[in-house]
Design a protein around this ligand. Structure first.
Ligand code: NAD
Length: 333
């Protein structure tokens, strides 16, 4: 068993979190992850209203007795959501673990902390991580450039971000972006992280609510099959490289560039949702990270988490036994 600050704080068995994913973080997947020993997270904005989120929380509770969380992401949206309403509804439904992400989370974090909740906050820079720590979050999710969705604008890979987190942070942190297997978990622990967050890997599980065709696209895809859109709008997002995403980037790069209004119809979440529902991978924009290159199957959440745990333990054990060459060994050789 890999016992860390994360497993202790969240009351979970394996230090693996299924991060918020728009249109994917639904009760069946969340409960499957929590039942398998990780932390499942419901995505608040996937629900059309705070009331619908209440129902989703109740539905999840029927499927698992284990802890799960709720994600609230604060990023530009076409229809501004009632963030506070979602937050209140989840707290009233006795959710005690929240994942926050995006811009200006201070008010939300303050509310959750005033209600005695545990907050994981996603950060793509050390500056933001330190600021979130000062706001009182319990765990930072360090999100490297490899991640699906919004990696920030600094293009900092996970290796350096995690090593910087080890230097700078005095609260627990987990590694997010580019992680899909036990090797990733072992590496994250070596970087001083107390666990990992995975998104794309969980999209491609038996219990994931997306269409089989999209799961097959992820299995067939490589680390080269994602693309950054919204670069020019400073709202960069890593998505699956399909016809729609390539058209968005073409419009952004044309002389004079593109305003959001020029892209709105192509990028709307409602269209992306159709891809997940119908299996038409060109129906709209859908999110995927470069971890896609590591994904070769569609296991159940239990099979996946068991495998990650076992592989990480084997790797950590192997490293512990490794006789690292010192100067004398090198001279003998
Ligand atoms: P949406 O239909 O409102 O917008 C589609 C995309 O356009 C999103 O990436 C959004 O950030 C971007 N966008 C919207 N208005 C913009 C503007 N004025 N300028 C620049 N970019 C703009 O999005 P949705 O699919 O309904 O999702 C709702 C929100 O949740 C979005 O902010 C989205 O980024 C975010 N999200 C959350 C998660 C998560 O893990 N919780 C994952 C993906 C996206």
């Amino acid at each position: 068993m890999i016992s860390t600050a994360l497993t202790k704080l969240l009351g979970i068995r394996v230090p693996v979190v299924q991060g918020g994913m728009q249109w994917v973080g639904l009760p069946a997947l969340v409960a499957a992850v929590s039942n398998a020993g990780g932390l499942g997270i419901l995505t608040a904005l996937t629900q059309p209203s705070p009331e619908a989120l209440r129902q989703a929380i109740r539905e999840t509770r029927k499927l698992t007795n284990n802890n799960f969380g709720v994600n609230i992401t604060l990023l530009p949206t076409i229809n501004p959501p009632d963030y506070e309403g979602y937050a209140r509804a989840a707290v009233e439904e006795n959710v005690r673990i929240f994942e926050t992400a995006g811009n200006s989370p201070g008010k939300l974090i303050k509310f959750f902390k005033s209600q005695g909740c545990i907050v994981l906050h996603k950060c793509t820079t050390i500056r933001h991580a330190k600021s979130a720590a000062r706001m009182g979050v319990d765990i930072i999710s360090i999100d490297g450039l490899e991640c699906a969705g919004h990696p920030g604008e600094d293009d900092m890979g996970g290796l350096v971000l995690l090593a910087r987190a080890a230097q700078e942070l005095n609260i627990p942190y987990i590694a997010s972006g580019g992680i899909a297997d036990g090797r990733g978990l072992a590496a994250a622990l070596a970087f001083g992280a107390c666990g990992v967050n995975m998104g794309t890997r969980f999209m491609c599980t038996k219990e994931s609510p997306i269409h089989q065709n999209i799961k097959d696209k992820i299995v067939a895809g490589t680390e080269l099959d994602t693309i950054h859109i919204f670069r020019t709008l400073r709202n960069t997002s890593r998505v699956y490289r399909n016809k729609v995403a390539e058209e968005v980037v073409r419009l952004e790069n044309r002389p004079g560039g593109a305003k959001f209004e020029d892209l709105r119809e192509l990028v709307s979440g409602a269209r992306g949702r159709l891809a997940y529902e119908t299996g038409d991978s060109d129906a709209g924009i859908w999110t995927a990270g470069v971890a896609m290159g590591l994904i070769t199957d569609i296991p159940s959440c239990q099979e996946l988490i068991d495998r990650i745990e076992k592989d990480a333990e084997r790797i950590i054990d192997g490293l512990a036994r490794m006789k690292l060459p010192d100067d004398r060994d090198a001279t003998k050789a």
